[in-house]
Design a protein around this ligand. Structure first.
Ligand SMILES: [Zn+2]
Length: 71
C-alpha cells in the first residue's frame, strides 16, 4: 500500500474515533447521501454500517481510508 498524496510506503493503521453519546467508540461508513430526520439526526435505520480503517502516512500524515462490511 502507498500514500496517494506523497507516494510514501510507510502507512500506520488506525481508525476514526467517535466519542458521541451511546457511541461504540469508532465511526462507521453508511452508503448513500446523508438524510436527516425530524430531530436533525441521520436517518440510518436498516442500513449496513461499514467499519472504517484509516491508515496514516508517516511522512505527510495523509489518511488513506478503506471500509469493510461490519461482521
Ligand atoms: Zn504521504
Amino acid at each position: 500500500m502507498r500514500c496517494t498524496q506523497c507516494d510514501g510506503e510507510d502507512l500506520e493503521p488506525g481508525f476514526i474515533e467517535d466519542s458521541g453519546e451511546h457511541s461504540k467508540g469508532y465511526a462507521r461508513w453508511i452508503q448513500g447521501s446523508l438524510e436527516r430526520g425530524l430531530f436533525g439526526g441521520a436517518k440510518r435505520l436498516g442500513k449496513t454500517r461499514w467499519i472504517i480503517d484509516a491508515f496514516r502516512c508517516v511522512r505527510c500524515s495523509h489518511l488513506e481510508l478503506f471500509v469493510r462490511p461490519k461482521d
